[in-house]
Write a protein that binds this ligand. Sequence first.
Ligand code: SF4
Ligand code: MG
Length: 320
Amino acid sequence: QQQLIIVDRLKKYFPVKTGLLQRTSGHVKAVDDVSLVINRGDTFGLVGESGSGKSTLGRTLLRLNDKTDGTVQYQGQDLHDLSKSEMRKLRPKLQFIFQDPYSSLNPRIRIGDAIGEALIQHGLCSQEEVDERVAEVLALCGMSSYHMDRYPHEFSGGQRQRIGIARAIILNPDFVVADEPLSALDVSIQAQIINLFRKLQEQRSLTYLFISHDLSVVQHLCNRIGVMYLGSLVELGPRDECFSKPLHPYTQALLSAVPIPNPRVKRERIVLHGDPPSPVNPPTGCKFHTRCPLAQSKCREETPLLRHHGSGHYAACHLI
Ligand code: SF4
Ligand code: MG
């Protein structure tokens, strides 16, 4: 399997500014030493509570943010080392889909122009061809060409997400980060959009990083998953391994809250107490120790490393 994206010890810290003088008083460690590999053809599901750093990781992976430290390689090139113009050339290959595409659509621009504008900007197509290409990609995304002349407010949430997807897909990307693309949609619409993601993956040989807090969706769609807690990856592995044999106590707690369709299978719900601590000055040692039902004194002092436990399954916990 070809390794498409290699993330090595990536960090993204944001300064926290306080007081009248806006002095830096600490850092939000949004992504704190994350390493992972995404293979070509993967749908890699990134899960975790809100504030765990999933979106920041997704953005930093695509160099929509600067990094603080570490590297991100795409086909052997270190993305954060490229010049602005080199990155611009590569940009069509590395696309981002937002949770709410409405917020990224200008209300006064026809959606045909909104979808086509990047093609022109990147010099991928002449003005004459744009409408044809837009109509083609709209059809692929389940919309018709008469939608081109309409404005964003005329569409439903599901249609807007199709427009957001069309806008990313028209550039013919290789790797797409989709950040909670379903969470603003009704469940019935979610299924349609999941099918669209699948269809596009087959037809366009896409590799996805799919960010979600909904484990049922991830179980359905993804072949590998990573679990984040307070900026760190605590578990990583093939989907079936992670769902049937979760290793990390945090993953076990998250999974225990997912309803099982078979009523004869009983799973005990593990309730975590409290909210995740602040990512500014996170807990020492294992960051999960303040909420972990199995925490021991060692957990407060020593940071567990992400270790391999066979079959491509990794977890960071002293007890396993
Ligand atoms: Fe819990 Fe300790 Fe494992 Fe962290 S290292 S998950 S606190 S048992
Ligand atoms: Mg987010």
